[in-house]
Ligand binder design. Structure first.
Ligand SMILES: [Zn+2]
Length: 194
């Protein structure tokens, strides 16, 4: 078999495996039977119980990639054990690539270690439970670059918003590719703290 055919098989297998391991983050939060009362995409969601529950849901979908990614790895290993297979090797590399990226922390800060870090969810829940003393009528809303009070416009938490698993208002394919390529990570940088 020529080298180019083997190479093409390797790349096809790698792409399939990479995609399969990343797709749960897009699909799982969006195929729930019980929809939470979240405002429609792309409006900024208020920091309320539905948002916290949704974040926990998306977080589970993010980590679901680990068991799902093990499937192409095991299939690839079985193929390689039987005979040298560039397709099997591609399956292993594609899934392993995603899994290593998942496990590697993004930053040292407990709020930014992963896109859906528990530290970040705790911090948002604290804002929900203890209304900030920024003005007499605080309404915290998670905008793209951070949590702001809509009454007085003060920045309450400088953490940009990752994808929160709502049905997207943009083109289905573009929306899916954006989530999959960014792996749930925020699209914009966090606001500068004053
Ligand atoms: Zn305020």
């Amino acid at each position: 078999m020529s080298f180019s055919v083997e190479m093409a098989r390797f790349i096809v297998a790698l792409s399939i495996s990479w995609f399969l391991t990343r797709i749960p983050l897009y699909l799982l939060p969006r195929i729930n039977l019980h929809d939470l009362p979240l405002v429609d995409h792309p409006a900024s969601p208020p920091v309320d119980e539905a948002l916290i529950l949704q974040l926990l849901r998306v977080r589970r979908a993010y980590w679901a990639s680990i068991p799902i990614g093990l499937v192409p790895i095991v299939i690839g290993l079985l193929m390689i054990i039987q005979s040298p297979s560039s397709f099997g090797f591609g399956l292993i590399v594609g899934a392993a690539w995603v899994l290593i990226a998942r496990i590697t922390p993004f930053a040292l800060d407990s709020m930014e270690r992963y896109p859906y870090a528990m530290g970040l969810i705790h911090e948002l829940n604290r804002i929900r439970l203890e209304p900030p003393a920024c003005c007499p009528n605080p309404i915290p809303v998670w905008e793209i670059d951070g949590v702001r009070c809509t009454s007085c416009d003060r920045l309450l938490l400088a953490e940009s918003r990752p994808d929160i698993g709502r049905r997207r208002s943009d083109n289905l394919l573009v929306g899916a590719m954006r989530v999959i390529l960014l792996d749930g990570r925020p699209f914009t940088d966090a606001a500068e703290e004053e």
